[in-house]
Design a protein around this ligand. Sequence first.
Ligand code: SF4
Length: 270
Amino acid sequence: MAQKELRDLVTETKKQLEHLRVLGVEGIQISAPVAPAITAPQPKIMAPVAQRVEPPQVPTSSEPMTSLFGDLTPAPVKLTKSTETFEQIHAEIGDCTRCPLHLERTHVVHTEGNRKARLMFVGEAPGADEDAQARPFVGRAGQLLTKIIEAIGMKREEVLIGNVNRCRPPGNRAPTTEEASTCKPYLLREIAVVQPEVIVVLGNTAMKNLLDTREGITRLRGNFQDYKGIKVMPTFHPAYLLRDPSKKRETWEDLKKVRDYLDSHRSTDR
Ligand code: SF4
């Protein structure tokens, strides 16, 4: 360093110290060793070769965000194929008394239909006709469901049909959350056996119980939801359509989406 530069540096340092003193600073701690005074020209030292500093990695949209608070996006859960049979599941259900709905039922109404179905329909619980015949969706609402299935170019025998609850609630009331959560595991085990590509869930109660959502059917209907990798289409219950036929148009729109999805995802292994 030239003598003049050194003098300038000392002068500037003095000014800074005076400024700090005016501000009330009584001393500064110097932790680094003080360089020896330069009394003679120093040998020229080669500057070290600058090291390449890698810029921080910015996660791309395809990478999980492992940020300050960790990855908050849950990994999608896929349904594992079950090797159980319906017969095993139904035998386990037996003459079930696990929830209060057994008290007034005539029959336990099991899921029925094609066990290699691409499409499944799920309602909330059996009604009087279903309770009497031990079959799901056989009353007037069931007949309308059959017409809906045929309207999308399928036969009733091709699909799977069941309910979240297998026993008729007294007076056709909606099953309670506890009753639904007691019975639902059997339905989920059947779904794991068949692994349909699409589940059409019929009505508000069935949708809430199957999807564990607080959203209402009016908000979610017509939009595919997800159950462990299976497309779920909420739509109105056929019994509701019998009471309010004006909702048939929206139901038809929902079912067309299901038909289009199945048409565009034809699989060969069923
Ligand atoms: S509704 Fe389901 S859990 Fe309740 S008694 Fe019937 S089969 Fe058992």
